[in-house]
Structure formats: structure tokens, C-alpha cells
Design a protein around this ligand. Sequence first.
Ligand code: NAD
Ligand code: MG
Length: 390
Amino acid sequence: MKRVSVLGATGSIGQNTLDLIRRNPAQFEVVALTGGRNVAQLAKDAIAMRADIAVIGQADLLEDLRAALSGSGVEAAAGDAAIVEAASRPADWVMSAIVGAAGLRPGLAALEQGATLALANKESLVAAAPLLLNAARANDARILPVDSEHSAIFQALVGEDLDTVQRVIITASGGAFRDWPLEKLASATIEQASTHPNWDMGQRITIDSASMFNKALEVIEAREFFGLAPDQIEVLIHPESVVHALVGFCDGGLMAHVGPPDMRHAIGYALNWPKRTELPVDRLDLAGIGQLSFEAPDLARYPALRLAREVMKLGGLSGAIFNAAKERALDHFIGGRIGFCDMTSLVEEVLTRQTPGHGHNDAEITLDTVLKADQMARNCVDDVMREQAD
Ligand code: NAD
Ligand code: MG
């Protein structure tokens, strides 16, 4: 029996994770499920999966959750601290699928109790890689990638010597606006940005795919996960979304991971690792797809990729600043207060104001400095917007 917890259980990754767990009830025992606001979904899953505890992020929903769980024997709790407490309950495997930097503390708590952390929450690694990696080391815990590209790299590296890796190539679909004329991008609406050509994901990561902020985070994530130098990480646009990543070795060979665009593959690989098991994903019909295409990304269309390179050069707390500014700009785009292209210009302005010469680059990375940098970056986005409105 593997004891598992799912943080962010009500979201897209969380629901896909529960789907896999549910298919093999004899293998798993559910410890904790957490959600942000969706009480009905959380309670339904916690009861069906006989979880020990269900936690809702929004504190004022505690009574609703208690009512929904009443008589089930599932414990109810609410608020950020309760999510961290749930993550620290002994488990063998914890899925980190909260969206945004909010996933950092629960992820750390899971590592501190020695659980294997299946990391979908790339934001925590971008903001605070040394904290997660040190917590894993200190507690003899493991972090397994769930992002499809990083799972692909991880799988291509099985049995290989890391010293022989020359480069990795992560692919990107190009998002919703791959084929739009550049001058039209500024007028893209929230609805248009929230539709992905190939993947079915949460709204925030879908918009981040259109702006390529998602790929920018993933480049930094790859650097941290696999200890690569920035110039070893390449991005290619691959509209078919079936080659998730490639690893290039010193002999010139490339190992590619190919599979359907279904997150249950990467989640299932992390859930069953080191074993490979049967998964309910479609089998690819390569003859049906016919052709696979690749092209270099246009940095004028995707300035976020240029910013990722800047962030890797700056180091220190710039990852936390970059991610938080992006999250805040995305809040404003979803709220209808700024346009699609304003997200990148706001993030760039925050990076310019907050990183060089501000001591953040070489500041020590602790939970406290990361959380402060995160808050400062969010405030800075609002400051820039106020100045622009004046
Ligand atoms: P989602 O929005 O569908 O779900 C997010 C989950 O986090 C929900 O359960 C939500 O209630 C919860 N949540 C949100 N804010 C919270 C807060 N402040 N406190 C506590 N809980 C909160 O997102 P998703 O698409 O499932 O993505 C989850 C993570 O996985 C993200 O880090 C994303 O980048 C990553 N990821 C997702 C996909 C995908 O296919 N969806 C692929 C790769 C990586
Ligand atoms: Mg990805």
C-alpha cells in the first residue's frame, strides 16, 4: 500500500492524479486531499477515496466543508497553515499540484517528512529551487518531475550518465496564438488565450502557454531539475505536441520521448516510479499524424523566453521575482485590467527595477527572503500599473 496525498486535488493535474489512483484502489491509501475553493468536488473525492483529511484553502469555507463531510469520518480543515499541516502528515508520495508560489510551503512540508514529491508545481522550483533541493537532500526524500517535458527528460536519462548529456530540447506547442499576426496579439482576449490547441489544462497554465511564460518557467525548471547550464537548454516549437523533450548526448545522438498529450502519462510515471505500468492513455497513431514539425521560437512573438534567459543570468532571488511578477500580471490580465502583451512588459519592468543592484541576486535564499521577494514583486507590478495610469 502506498500512502498518497494530493495537494491541489480539485485542479486539472489533481483530478488526473485521482483518476489514476482510483483505477488501482488496492495499491493506494489516501492520506490528505487539498483544494483551493471547490468544496463540493473536494468533499466528494475525499469521501469516495476515504481520505483521512480534506483541507480547503479558503479559510471561510471551513463550515461548508464540515457540512459536506459530515458523517463521513473524513477530517475537515481550512486555511494555508492547515494545507501545510496536511502535507506534513506521513505519506510515501505527495502530488504537488497547487498552482503558483502558493505551492511552495506545502511542497517543502512534504519533503521534510521524507515523502517523494511529485512536482507539477514548477513555480516553487523556479522561485526557490535551493530550498526544495536541500529539503530533499536533508530528509532523504526525492523530487520527481511531473511537467511533461521534464518527465520526458527524466525518462530519456534512465540508465545514462549525466556527464554525457550535452543539451536538452524542450518542446512547446506554440500556444493559442502561434499563427496569429504579431500586431493582433495585443488585442487577444482572455477567452482566446484560455484555449489550448492540444492540451486540456487549468486556465492559468493555458494562458501561460499562449504567452510562453509557461515555457520560460520550464526552461528554468529544467536547469534546476537536471543541474544544466542555461545554454544547454533549448526550446523548439512543435505544433503536434507528441515529442515532449529530447536529450542530446556527447556522441551526437538524441533520445526523444514521444507520447500523446495526456498528463496522465507523466503523472502515472511519477506515481509508479521506478516501475512502468499500464496507463489509460491513447496509443499514438504516428502514420495518422503523418508529419512531425519543429521550428525555432520567434523571440519577438515570445519575449518571455528572452526574460527566462535574463533570470538565469541574474540568479539568486530573480526566479522568485520573475514568477511572482508573472502571477500578478496574469491576475490582472484575467481580471480584464491589462492586455495580453502588457503581461510581458510589466514583468520585464519589475525585473529591471528589482534585480540588478538591489542585492536580490546574491541574497541568501531562505523561505523568508523568497516570500519577501515574491510579495515585493507583486507590489511592484501594481506600482508600475498605477504609474502608467497616472
Ligand atoms: P488548476 O488551476 O486546474 O488547479 C490548481 C489547484 O490548486 C486547484 O486544486 C486549486 O483549488 C488549488 N489552488 C489554487 N490556488 C490555491 C491557493 N492559493 N492555495 C491552495 N490551493 C490553491 O491548475 P493545474 O492546471 O492543475 O496546474 C497545477 C500545477 O501543475 C501548476 O503549477 C501548473 O503549472 C502545473 N502543470 C499543470 C499541467 C496541466 O496539464 N494542467 C501540466 C504541467 C504542469
Ligand atoms: Mg509542461
